[in-house]
Design a protein around this ligand. Sequence first.
Ligand code: HEC
Length: 249
Amino acid sequence: MIRITFLMFLIGLIATPSVKAASSNYPLADADVDLSDKASLYRGAKTFMDSCASCHSAKMMRFGRIGEDLGLSEEQLAVLMPDELSKPGDVIETNMPADYAEETFGIAPPDLTLSARVHGADWMFTYLTTFYEDPDTLWGVNNAVFPLVSMPHVFAAEQGVKQPVYETEGEGEDAKRRLIGLESPERPGTLSEEEFEEKMRDLTAFMVYMSEPAALLRAHYGPYVLAFLFIFTLVMYLLKKEYWRDIKH
Ligand code: HEC
């Protein structure tokens, strides 16, 4: 038994994708997404198409599926699709050529279909809200949970660029600066902090849904299943009482 457990542990180690981005211990914010809020998911889908799909694909997601799951009209779905030639059967593709992307960013922007499942909702929300100013990097920004990320701060205009607060660890040549917090941007963005976080919450919700569309069904059926179990337990309890009533014990 122990050997089997150990074997499974080893397989787990090998099968777990190494997540470079997780190498930060910056505290994660609570994403607090609500998958039953379809208006929020739709807003998130729109943000994804407007601000992310220019660089990232999501090749396991079809527009038609989004339309069905979110109960969208044809017009609402058309708003999400790249152009009038798009069909519901199309997946989310980026039109940025991979070699151009690699040249520009040093790495091709990865497909994002499963990203929220790999990293978790809280990580995703924190990632999207913690780009900060760092003149030592390619784009002049860094990220609290993805150090030295090569993605630009796509919402710099909306959020502004947050300012880092560092703490120095060690002394002399070994001294290392560690990010311990972020302060408000010097020049505020076009959105208030609450508005921006709301927008990122919607976007995170869409990405969580996209990474596991079945979760939407679970959120939908969950309460019914619980209600059924409750009533079933009650019936069983009453039946038990009924059966045992005439038995002397
Ligand atoms: C201008 C191009 C560009 C745009 C626009 C862009 N990204 Fe990125 N993104 C990148 C690049 C390049 C990377 C790879 C970063 C690295 O590995 O250092 C990346 C990485 C990521 C990652 C980390 C993925 C992983 O698992 O390593 C996430 C998550 C992500 N982007 C989400 C988004 C979202 C959400 C949007 C829309 C708001 C977006 N990106 C818009 C270029 C872009």
